[in-house]
Design a protein around this ligand. Structure first.
Ligand SMILES: [Zn+2]
Length: 436
């Protein structure tokens, strides 16, 4: 007797669809076949698509920034994710400059993450690790979190990592198989002014700050090798130039992530009375760049939400210096991206991040031996309603049309979300190994 079966669904497997049944025991997929077998819980998949649980490689739950804390903690953020088919996510440790501080940073986040309803891992975050790149890499690997994020901006808060250390991290990545995640804005092109408001944001952190940094990052990868993963790419032209500069190394040493906000929203949203709602960094771009991003979708590696919403009363300020940066989106990432791109988006939200970040074959695929993480998706025209299950009190995607909805989500063989109700399962911390 199996614990759970999904019968007669259209299953997404090996980048295609097949009509089959899935059988799960003790949290693991044991059999995918046309046989009709018994299970304690049987989900009827007729008329639905059955997909591997979404992996969101970029979220910020319970993130403290200045006097603010992001609206979703690990409980509400993971719950919102499960309503959107996200069964695994990767958050970040607080920035540290020394390898010896990574363990404490991990322990602090693990304590906060105990209330998570879905499975999770973290990326180490480095802050100006002069003389410490090797110890950071060693600690990250030792603790089962072989991915290190750096910022090329934010020197004012001490978070910036400079080119010499980034090159060292890349060389170490080449040798040890770690992934270096880069928040890529060129600080030389960023301007600030205490009087700036939301509509000044695109000008103060212009497209040039990304294109210039992309050129530098490609150059570094060409010299040092390693694996560089550029988070929240905003401009379609960045994908084009990275591909041109890197040639065969694009998609081998260099990977680009973007999120629904950069496809669906643009700098026009920052104008007008409600511009504060759309304040995030890097900022929303021109309509032209978001259209280019859509055209370049085939060369985008992955989708990460950068989920980091704040409450309306925290956002509703006229000066940028007083507005916490970030918006939400984990619940709607898949329906929105699927509506835009159809089947071609699925790998970018499942197997691609799973492989790069050392979660496959356990996560990101429907195969015997993998965790029983999946969701049932019903095609059909609809609209995003209200604020969803995030604690944030506004939703930038409210009333957006979607061509389908997540009806049921299964985590390690347990039906955890069924038609708008959640069983509040316990998430697990996933240790990972370097993938090279
Ligand atoms: Zn982020």
């Amino acid at each position: 007797m199996y614990d759970l079966a999904v019968k007669n669904g259209k299953i997404y497997r090996n980048s295609g669809w097949e009509n089959n049944n899935i059988y799960i025991r003790d949290g693991i997929i044991e059999e995918i076949s046309s046989r009709d077998l018994e299970a304690r819980t049987v989900l009827e998949g007729e008329g639905m698509k059955v997909l591997p649980g979404i992996i969101d490689p970029h979220v910020h739950f319970a993130l403290s920034v200045g006097n603010f804390c992001s609206a979703d903690d690990f409980q509400s953020g993971s719950a919102a994710g499960l309503y959107g088919g996200v069964t695994t996510y990767i958050d970040f440790l607080d920035p540290v400059g020394k390898g010896s501080l990574v363990k404490d940073a991990l322990d602090r986040r693990l304590a906060q993450a105990r209330i998570s309803h879905s499975d999770y891992s973290f990326h180490v975050t480095a802050a100006n690790p002069v003389g410490e790149t090797e110890s950071l890499t060693d600690e990250a690997l030792r603790l089962g979190i072989p991915s290190i994020k750096i910022f090329t901006a934010y020197s004012e808060s001490g978070r910036r990592t400079y080119p010499a250390e980034l090159e060292e991290l890349l060389s170490l990545s080449e040798k040890r198989g770690t992934v270096v995640l880069v928040h890529g804005e060129d600080e030389d092109h960023i301007t600030s002014d205490p009087q700036f408001g939301p509509d000044d944001l695109p000008g103060s952190r212009p497209e040039k700050s990304e294109s210039s940094m992309v050129a530098s990052l490609c150059d570094m990868v060409n010299r040092c090798g390693g694996t560089l993963y550029m988070v929240h790419t905003t401009c379609g032209s960045s994908l084009i130039s990275a591909r041109k500069i890197l040639g065969d190394k694009y998609g081998v040493n260099f990977f680009m992530e973007s999120g629904a906000q950069y496809f669906l929203l643009n700098e026009e949203h920052l104008k007008g009375d409600e511009g504060y709602k759309y304040v995030l960094a890097p900022p929303l771009r021109s309509l032209h760049e978001s259209e280019t991003l859509k055209k370049e979708i085939d060369t985008l590696f992955s989708v990460g939400t950068d989920h980091c919403p704040f409450l309306l009363n925290e956002k509703k300020k006229s000066l940028l210096t007083r507005i916490p940066f970030g918006i939400g989106g984990i619940e709607y990432s898949f329906p929105l991206m699927y509506t835009l791109f159809g089947d071609k988006i699925i790998d970018k939200m499942t197997i691609n991040p799973a492989k790069l970040f050392g979660l496959a074959p356990r996560k990101g695929m429907l195969e015997p031996g993998s965790d029983g993480d999946l969701f049932l998706f019903r095609d059909g025209e609809g609209k995003i309603k209200g604020t969803g299950h995030s604690r944030c009190d506004y939703n930038v995607y409210e009333n957006y049309p979607v061509e389908g909805q997540v009806e049921k989500t299964v985590l390690r063989g347990q039906l955890v979300m069924d038609q708008q109700s959640l069983t509040e399962p316990e998430g697990r911390f996933l240790t990972r190994e370097a993938t090279k």
